[in-house]
Design a protein around this ligand. Structure first.
Ligand code: ATP
Ligand code: MG
Length: 549
């Protein structure tokens, strides 16, 4: 599918010099997830978590003119990320395989075309992998840029939460989803009043004691930003309506610092500096910290908030009169049942595994790294970039999540490690062994990938293993081998057929052929080219597309 978009495959090294990352500013910004190493002379390198800098560098060494653009390059390569919590096997590991792709265009219009082409290609890839997925708007995280979509394989155990709307086409990750503010009731501002609220450390408790709904209260979240260990930490207090949840990514984006530098504050340490008091913090009277206020609080009148004094709250707190913000922004996490930010209908939620993501980078890398070209009028212009990644190993895990039963994996044909498993029931029976090997050879000659299970194990053990491995087609060669009859069955289920060996072979080849036809239907016109293809390319294509020729 990559080739069908006109992209070209290359292979860069996993080991990358720090200098490239210093140029883009990410040597610092990427943080502890980057696997840093030194060479024997003490020079800094990293094991690439991603390759924007490296691809930008190779293109700037080779591109000078508008005539050479667009360029679209990809690789399938091992990536390294020192994940804080590697888990779920291949879903989040410190070493994994990524298919990453970088597009280089003359302008925004070119980028839009590249982005749409890659979006379509990714859709086709995931269709062919047999995944049920959704492409949703996403935050662009450490990669950056201004527009991004994630491809999420739908799955109960997925780490990603997706919010979507059935009445319109809004669909976004919970990190990215906008929030439609409730319109506050008009009220006259009442005088500020300090009330004794002993032991009410939570929003629930204080609202119950004072008899006010949670939407009339202000929740405080206390954070610390430590950009450099040698510097004094910077404190942040974020405020939103008591009945809302904080969206940490929105807050991190508003602060414009790397995510890894932000943490929850130690209330006591922050208190001596800013005057906050754990459980009783409000925006009135805080000092020496960045105050971030959610948009919804601006018009909200006569709210209850902590008094920054143990066992006391303030009533009738109003923005403008009683406190001011350093930053006003949407801080809210959109949740199931909240009004859709586009049309107002209640949104739904689903869980998924992020298997791929596409980004419009613009000039985030080309600008600082000086990737330019000369246009038709010999004017210097900055190249406009996009980047696109598929987690190959994670995709495999996501496929297994969606295609399995209590006995193991059920691989879709297109991604099965083998199309057919031939079970030789009695390896020491010469007739059975001969027929099994004959079937294996004929299928292999037709380009079908076969594994012959000739282990000296009980049939029950071998069948269990075959089910666990999930090979889509199984051919059992057993007691009717003398008559040339075998059993043919699909891992997916259905009838076990007793067939002459030749018929079983033909059926398996046909099933493999379907994969090829699907590929062709998806726009890869390999069938037309087959006659003119050189032998080596034919082999490659056969391998790439599981093609039978
Ligand atoms: P996540 O949010 O899950 O940490 P990411 O958004 O940081 O992932 P990208 O930079 O978008 O990841 O990388 C492209 C793809 O690589 C992801 O869509 C995902 O499929 C895969 N991927 C990223 N991190 C890992 C990992 N630790 N293990 C396996 N696959 C990964
Ligand atoms: Mg991602």
């Amino acid at each position: 599918e990559m080739d069908a978009t006109g992209a070209q495959e290359i292979q860069m090294s996993a080991l990358q010099p720090a200098e490239l990352w210093q140029e883009s500013g990410r040597w610092y910004a990427y943080g502890p997830e980057m696997w840093r190493v030194k060479d024997r002379n003490g020079r800094d390198f990293c094991l690439g978590p991603t390759h924007e800098e490296v691809f930008t560098d190779i293109v700037r060494q080779n591109i000078t003119s508008y005539r050479q653009l667009p360029v679209n390059l990809y690789q399938i390569q091992t990536k390294y990320r020192d994940e804080a919590r590697p888990r779920f096997g291949l879903i989040r590991s410190r070493e994994f395989i990524m298919k990453d792709d970088y597009s280089f265009d003359r302008d925004e219009e070119g980028l839009s075309k590249s982005y749409n082409d890659m979006y379509d290609a990714y859709s086709k890839v995931f269709d062919r992998c047999g995944l049920t997925y959704r492409a949703v708007e996403a935050d662009s995280g450490a990669i950056g840029g201004n527009r991004s979509h994630e491809f999420c394989a739908l799955c109960e155990v997925g780490e990603e939460e997706i919010l979507y709307c059935d009445s319109c086409d809004m669909a976004a990750t919970s990190e990215r989803a906008d929030f439609k503010d409730a319109i506050a009731k008009e009220e006259t501002e009442l005088p500020l009043e300090k009330v004794n609220t002993p032991g009410t450390k939570t929003i629930e408790a204080v609202c119950e004691l004072l008899g006010v709904p949670q939407e009339k209260s202000i929740k405080a979240i206390l954070l610390v930003v430590q950009e450099d260990v040698k510097e004094k930490p910077k404190y942040v207090a974020a405020f939103l309506r008591g009945d809302r949840q904080l969206n940490m990514i929105k807050l991190v984006n508003a602060l414009n610092v790397p995510e890894y530098t932000v943490d929850f504050a130690d209330e006591a340490a922050m208190g001596s500096e800013t005057g906050c008091v754990g459980g009783f913090t409000g925006p009135v009277g805080l000092k020496n910290c960045t105050i971030v206020v959610d948009t919804e609080l601006i018009g909200a009148k006569n709210m209850v908030a902590g008094a920054c004094e143990k066992d006391f709250h303030l009533k009738n707190v109003n923005y403008g009169r009683d406190y001011k913000a350093d930053i006003i922004t949407d801080l809210k996490l959109l949740q199931e049942g909240d009004p859709c930010p586009c049309c107002g209908s209640p949104v739904k939620s689903a869980r998924g595994i992020e298997v791929g993501q596409v980004f419009k980078l613009g000039t985030k890398y080309s600008e600082p790294m000086g990737l330019t070209y000369l246009d038709e009028n010999q004017q210097k212009k900055t190249v406009v970039m996009g980047c696109y990644g598929i987690g190959v190993t994670r995709t495999l895990a996501a496929i297994v999540e969606q295609h399995h039963d209590e006995n193991g994996i059920i691989w879709p044909m297109s991604v099965a490690p083998y199309h057919v498993v031939v079970e030789l029931i009695k390896p020491d029976d010469e007739v059975q062994a001969k027929l099994a090997e004959e079937i294996e050879k004929k299928l292999e000659a037709a380009g079908v990938e076969v594994v012959l299970d000739d282990r000296d194990e009980r049939p029950g053990v071998k069948f269990k293993d075959a089910e666990l491995l999930g090979v889509p087609i199984r051919i059992n060669v057993g007691k009717r081998a003398g008559e040339g009859v075998v059993e043919y069955m699909l891992r997916r289920g259905g009838d076990k057929l007793e067939l002459p060996a030749e018929e079983a072979i033909a059926k398996a080849i046909e099933a493999g052929m379907k994969v090829l036809l699907d590929a062709t239907k998806n726009g890869i016109d390999i069938l037309n080219d087959v006659d003119t293809m050189p032998e080596w390319r034919l082999d490659e294509v056969a391998w790439e597309y599981n093609m039978i020729y």
